[in-house]
Design a protein around this ligand. Structure first.
Ligand code: ATP
Length: 310
């Protein structure tokens, strides 16, 4: 029997994200890069079911290759559950089922969404009721993208991407996601960017250690203007992702030819997010990309963060 069918399972859903803007600055002494990013939560979800158990376990279902997701203590959902147990003195365990809708290692924060959903689900299952501020702190300890998966919507992330402030976004944005069957490693893409910057050497300025999101990005979001957002969106990791996976450049061109306003690599890739003028335009872009043999999904944002379903 799937945990999802157990009447005592707590079901929490959390969204994947697109980085509408991702500026990458220099590296701090601890190895982390300075970031200025805008996250938008989109309608592609991770469903997490938490059931009572004496110890900790995780099973993974959905449209994924199980070999790509660890089921031991490296799994972010298990780490989230253990962190909450440790912080609250809970001695019970939990059996987690992750029904994955977000591509693994796709640059859309699927593991972070699992961690956020697992925190919320275990908090209910165990009756620990830690409250939003403490949940946020625990999320931040699990990874820079986890607090955003908790809150959802549209938000600016600065510092290491973890200092979050909500951003005003009017209306809805329609995106077509071109997904890839094989993921990219986030550390490898940052490494590639560093290497490309080193090769440019002394001719280039040192990347800044503090940076901001450009005003036109925030204005376009506030106005709900997809055309303006398409002109302003940017990802500093994109050249590194393309260097690692040259086919991404081809897919970017295909989406624009199919009628998207613009496309960009999401996070560290390889998912490409195409911004479209509206739902009808997105359906056309999705169909055209599929006709070219690409995996394409039509989603919209912003959507709420981790939400209790039952
Ligand atoms: P990032 O958040 O670094 O941008 P991503 O969105 O590209 O990552 P994820 O699907 O979150 O990719 O996972 C990246 C890696 O983390 C996977 O390759 C996997 O080894 C590991 N991982 C740990 N926990 C999970 C999880 N619950 N789901 C998926 N991957 C996980």
């Amino acid at each position: 029997m799937s945990f999802a069918q157990r009447s005592d399972a707590v079901h929490v859903r959390a969204p994947g994200k697109i980085n509408v803007y991702l500026g990458v600055g220099g590296r701090h002494d601890d190895g982390y890069h300075a970031l200025a990013t805008v996250f938008q939560a989109v309608s592609l979800y991770e469903d997490v079911f938490a059931s009572p158990a004496d110890d900790f376990s995780v099973t993974v279902t959905g449209n994924v290759d199980p070999a790509t997701v660890p089921t031991d203590d490296r799994n972010l959902a298990i780490r989230a559950a253990k962190l909450l147990a440790q912080a609250t003195g809970v001695t019970a365990g939990v059996a987690l089922e992750l029904r994955k809708g977000v591509p693994v290692a796709g640059g859309m924060g699927g593991g972070s969404a699992d961690a956020a959903a697992a925190l919320v689900a275990c908090d209910i299952l165990w009756g620990t009721d830690v409250g939003p501020a403490r949940l946020h702190d625990l999320a931040a300890r699990l990874g820079a993208d986890v607090p955003f998966a908790l809150h959802g919507g549209t938000a600016v992330g600065t510092g290491r991407g973890d200092r979050l402030t909500p951003a005003l976004a009017r209306g809805r944005f329609d995106w077509v996601l071109a997904t890839s069957p094989e993921g990219l490693s986030t550390p490898a893409i940052y490494g590639r960017l560093d290497q490309m910057r080193d090769e440019r050497g002394a001719l280039a300025d040192d990347p800044p250690l503090s940076l901001d999101v450009p005003v036109p990005v925030l204005q376009a979001l506030r106005a709900g203007d997809a055309g303006d957002l398409a002109a302003a969106m940017l990802n500093d990791l994109e050249p590194a992702a393309i260097a690692e996976r040259p086919e991404l450049d081809l897919i970017l061109a295909e989406g624009v030819r199919a009628g998207a306003l613009a496309g960009l690599v999401s996070g560290s890739g390889p998912t490409i997010a195409f911004l479209c003028a509206g739902p009808d335009a997105a359906r056309v872009v999705q169909e055209e990309l599929r006709a070219m043999g690409r995996e394409a999904l039509h989603v919209h944002g912003p959507v709420p963060g981790a939400t209790v379903i039952s």
